[in-house]
Design a protein around this ligand. Structure first.
Ligand code: DGJ
Length: 542
């Protein structure tokens, strides 16, 4: 009897077993763990080897036709493409989705994903992508005023009508993406506005702005300052402390009278506006959303650079005012790659580089950003350019990152990955990984090549992951690595080093590298100009 009951129960369990996974895949989302984050697409980690289109390219499907296959050849897995408010809603309430549909269709055809840029109220500070019906109705959509009262072509963030109009258009866009892309999930992420910033003064001097400036600092900001006292960015900490760490009063009474206070004030309202747009879009279709920053040139004062955007010194303001924005992301047209990345990589803000000037060295920086900063992705700007000398290295670098992406994801979770960026000025770095101290040098540091005498060396870089305490994958270009056991009194030898490739995430060894290729067992080397992955196993001797 008992046996029959058991069989009956088992049959029921089999009959009611949930069907194979639902065909609708999980919406792309960010997942933070420890100090890192991953973008999950269809439930799996997604490392973005991207490229952003030139501003006007996506305004014509015909113009894009020859570009798509070229981007695919460059090993891009994601295209970052604008959606223009002026073309999406040329007349108020009348929407045209042709360009968006073309982007989605073509991305699918070429097996790539999309990140969409919402060129809405602001693009590089200006409101040049606002539709004509917005631009020409100054009463309804007022502009910011400069310090002498003149209007700029920047819609004021204090305009409720502008915000409502932007929210409406953006929500309609997100609804359309949801309707057309909910199953295949080609669109992964959305950028809200573009390089928001205030020019030519540190703050808006319109009547609406002046009124807000004299109102008390919002309690939401004060609470953030109080609850993050020890974690505020240094600039925020200083300006608040210098003003006596006050918890009430208007902007100037809390933070003092200065262009820095003007900038804080504007940042709060820009961030609040962007957040309201993102929030409304997410209510329709909750893709991850980010904003990008035009990094300020050193030595310039607020107002002299596009101020009040999601800049490092304003991160606290942006985080407090814009909880619906997932990432604050730097655009690179400035030097000091490491400095800015250090500032944007935080437990509450994973690094994502949506723009980098298309130039030599991007290939090495992609390795470094992903290996060292655990970046979610890297994407040069104007990716369709014909600059082959910079484009080909990037494509080789992307090919390698692609192959290694499964390992990267595993190593990122285990904390067994690092990355390097080497130049003539910083030609060697030491890393402790597993049981070894790695001395990683620029290939030209060997002095073997006549190019070593050149005034400048090309940037080189790589990603290193530890499979075990004595075994590593090294991927990159222009690197030489020697190894020393951490334990005193021992020396390291190379047991074996193979070059190889990953096919569908599986390592396929190629040549065994020995003799001249590893300097008779002295080092691992990926020469300058070559791109590769090597797997090395070490041993110790006395
Ligand atoms: C940064 C902007 O975000 C891009 O849209 C583009 O205008 C580039 N600058 C041009 O260098």
């Amino acid at each position: 009897m008992k046996a029959r009951i058991l069989i009956f129960v088992l049959c029921c369990l089999v009959a009611f077993k949930p069907k194979a996974q639902n065909t609708v895949k999980a919406i792309p989302h960010l997942q933070y763990y420890g100090g890192n984050a991953e973008l999950l697409v269809d439930g799996a980690p997604y490392l973005m080897t991207g490229g952003e289109l030139g501003n006007s390219s996506a305004s014509s499907a015909a113009h894009m036709t020859p570009i798509w296959p070229k981007l695919q050849k460059m090993h891009l897995n994601t295209v970052i493409a604008p959606v223009y408010w002026e073309l999406l809603e040329p007349q108020e309430g009348k929407f045209n989705f042709t360009l968006v549909d073309d982007l989605i269709k073509s991305a699918r055809q070429y097996h790539m994903k999309l990140v969409l840029l919402w060129f809405g109220t602001w693009k590089n500070s200006m409101s040049c992508y606002a539709p004509g019906w917005v631009k020409t109705n100054e009463n309804r959509f007022p502009r910011v005023a400069n310090s002498v009262g003149g209007a700029e072509e920047i819609i004021t963030p204090f305009s409720k009508d502008a915000l409502q109009a932007d929210i409406k258009a953006f929500s309609v866009l997100m609804r359309h993406i949801k309707q057309t892309d909910n199953k295949l999930r080609t669109v992964l992420m959305v950028q809200v506005e573009n390089e928001i910033g205030m020019l030519p003064d540190a703050r808006d001097h319109s009547k609406l702005a002046d009124e807000a400036f004299n109102r008390p600092v919002p309690t939401k900001l004060i609470s953030w300052l109080n609850s993050h006292k020890d974690k505020l960015v240094p600039e925020m900490q200083k300006i608040w402390q210098d003003g006596g760490s006050k918890t009430s009063g208007n902007w100037e009474s809390v933070f003092g009278k200065s262009p820095a206070t003007d900038e804080l004030f504007m940042a709060w309202y820009f961030a609040g506006y962007a957040d309201a747009v993102a929030k409304a879009g997410k209510a329709v279709y909750p893709l991850p959303m980010y904003v990008n920053a035009a990094l300020n040139a050193p030595g310039k004062k607020p107002g002299q650079y596009p101020s009040a955007g999601p800049l490092p010194h304003l991160i606290d303001v942006w985080k407090a005012a814009a909880p619906d924005i997932d990432l604050l992301s730097p655009d690179f047209y400035n030097p000091n790659f490491k400095y800015w990345n250090d500032r944007y990589t935080r437990p509450d803000n994973a690094l994502f580089i949506p723009e980098h000037r298309f130039e030599d060295g991007m290939d090495a920086k992609a390795f470094y950003a992903i290996g060292h900063y655990k970046a979610l992705g890297f994407s040069p700007f104007y990716i369709e350019t014909d600059n082959i000398t910079a484009g080909e290295p990037l494509s080789q670098s992307y090919n390698i990152i692609h192959q290694l992406s499964g390992e990267i994801s595993k190593a990122k979770r285990k904390g067994t990955m690092d990355g390097v960026l080497l130049s003539k000025d910083a030609d060697t770095i030491r890393l402790q990984m597993g049981d070894y101290m790695l001395t990683v040098s620029h290939d030209l540091a060997l002095g073997w090549s006549p190019k070593a005498k050149d005034a400048n060396w090309p940037l080189t870089g790589g990603i290193i992951t530890a499979l075990a305490n004595d075994e590593f994958y090294v991927a990159g270009t222009g690197l030489v690595i020697s190894f020393k056991p951490v334990k005193d009194g021992l020396r390291a030898g190379i047991l074996q080093v193979d070059e190889g490739i990953f096919v569908n995430g599986k390592w396929q060894p190629g040549r065994r590298l020995n003799g001249d290729e590893d300097h008779q067992g002295r080092h691992l080397r990926i020469p300058l100009g070559e791109y590769g992955i090597q797997r090395i196993k070490l041993y110790n001797y006395k």
